[in-house]
Design a protein around this ligand. Structure first.
Ligand code: PMP
Length: 433
């Protein structure tokens, strides 16, 4: 069946708000390493990894074998029974979280992971007041949408939480952008303190924060940002929940969980996406005192099921055995340097960390978000055989985030496509004027 036919059927049965990339949306049917093939036989270099879930690449033999082996024995038992894969995965995560006496609870998605962390933080602090960062994305459920600071993802303002937004450290469009790093961090910290003193009832449960904002366009704060925020949170006894659904597992190149790379140990870390390399899994890791603050039963029937945790163990072992964090650091730096060297008046800023790189596009000579041009570059890159993502508060950021096994040669191939795509789109814009 062609893409056009499938699209017609898709539109008949899927929600209108479930948006698809590209003027002519595609179906991906096969993949190996960093290459995927669409339903009409076209091959692409995959630099979006199924929205960062395909963390170590497609069809990795070790992971496929682990899933097959488990699928051939037992798919499901429920958490009423011990699950060996789950215990083994929890041990690996707890050990690398930096959190003392850590406990892990598994669910099926990032949304549920953040919901679980919010339940713990609000229960322990006996407060439904939560701080979130501007430009954040935390999920699609009632509670997580309430803490999502991007207009385009805020489907409702009804909320079980009282959320107050604080500065995210995203500098490019900040009123503090003219300050140097130390001044910028001090201004953000002062704003946090003022908000706490004037816009909340004081007894806030937690700050929910992505170390590098995913949907927000890979906005990355300066080094001192999280230590300064944490110092103030500690003064008030407010918990820090690091949402690492996108930034975990070494993707940022310098630490297993990104918040630890900023020199900060959070009270809880939420994770999902990459852990199963595409198999649905999520969870939260927190100290025993926070995790065990619930006074009633809580359960996720399929959370951390034998199949998903088999994929999780195999994925974590693969990335540790192949030192993919170092690869993310090395190839990430190469990509960042290459993107910064592209001479295009459409590029306002190239930012990020490791293999989370955002390219914010602006109208030439201005800071105006180049929203249409961003869609056009995404399209032009696809035509040239490269899949990337899109994000940012206004949808004007290209997201370049390949699986962590990416090679320097593949990075060079992507850089060449992006250079050509930016140049073609800029030329077309000039012709239109
Ligand atoms: N938190 C972050 C930081 C995310 O990027 C996402 C997904 N984009 C979520 C939570 C929600 O994850 P899921 O889509 O698996 O529910």
């Amino acid at each position: 069946m062609s893409h056009a036919e499938l699209l017609q059927r898709h539109r008949q049965v899927m929600p209108s708000w479930l948006s698809l990339y590209y003027d002519d949306p595609i179906e991906l049917v096969r993949g190996t390493g960093r290459r995927v093939t669409d339903g009409e036989g076209r091959e692409y270099l995959d630099f979006f990894g199924g929205l960062l879930a395909t963390m170590v690449g497609h069809d990795i033999p070790e992971i496929t074998a682990a899933i097959r082996e488990q699928a051939g024995r037992l798919l499901h038992s429920s958490t009423l029974y011990m699950i060996r894969n789950q215990v083994e995965l929890a041990e690996r995560i707890a050990r690398r979280s930096g959190i003392a006496d850590a406990r892990v609870f598994f669910v099926n998605s990032g949304t549920e992971a953040v919901e679980a962390a919010l339940l713990l933080a609000t229960q322990q602090r006996r407060s439904h007041q939560v701080l979130a960062l501007r430009g954040s994305y935390h999920g699609r459920s009632f509670g997580t949408v309430a803490a999502t600071g991007i207009r385009g993802w805020s489907a409702t303002a009804l909320s079980p939480l009282a959320v107050t937004y604080v500065h995210s450290g995203y500098r490019y469009r900040s009123p503090f952008r003219h300050l140097d790093d130390a001044g910028f961090v001090a201004a953000c910290a002062e704003e946090l303190r003022t908000i706490l003193e004037t816009s909340t009832a004081g007894d806030v449960a937690c700050l929910l924060a992505e170390p590098v904002q995913g949907a927000g366009g890979f906005a990355t704060p300066p080094e001192g940002f999280f230590p300064a925020m944490k110092e103030i949170l500690d003064e008030y006894g407010i918990l820090l929940v690091s949402d690492e659904v996108q930034s975990g597992w070494g993707r940022t190149g310098r630490s297993f969980f990104a918040m630890n790379g900023f020199g900060v140990v959070p009270d809880a870390i939420t994770f999902a996406k990459g852990l199963g390399n595409g198999v649905a899994i999520g969870g939260v890791v927190a100290s025993a005192s926070l995790m065990d603050c619930l006074t009633a039963n809580s359960i996720s029937t399929a959370g951390g099921n034998p199949l998903a945790t088999a994929a999780g163990v195999a994925t974590v072992d693969y990335l540790l055995d192949h030192d993919l964090q170092t690869n993310a650091d090395k190839v990430g730096e190469h990509l960042m340097r290459g993107l910064r060297a592209i001479d295009s008046p459409l590029i306002g800023e190239v930012r990020g960390m490791g293999l989370m790189i955002g390219v914010e596009l602006v109208l030439p000579g201005t800071r105006e978000p180049a929203v249409a041009a961003t869609g056009a570059v995404l399209e032009a890159a696809r035509e040239r055989g490269l899949l990337i993502g899109r994000g940012g508060l206004l949808g004007n950021v290209l997201r370049v985030t390949p699986p962590m096994t990416v090679t320097v040669a593949e990075a060079d191939e992507a850089l060449s496509v992006l250079r050509d795509s930016l140049s073609a789109v800029h030329l077309a814009m000039k012709e239109d004027n």
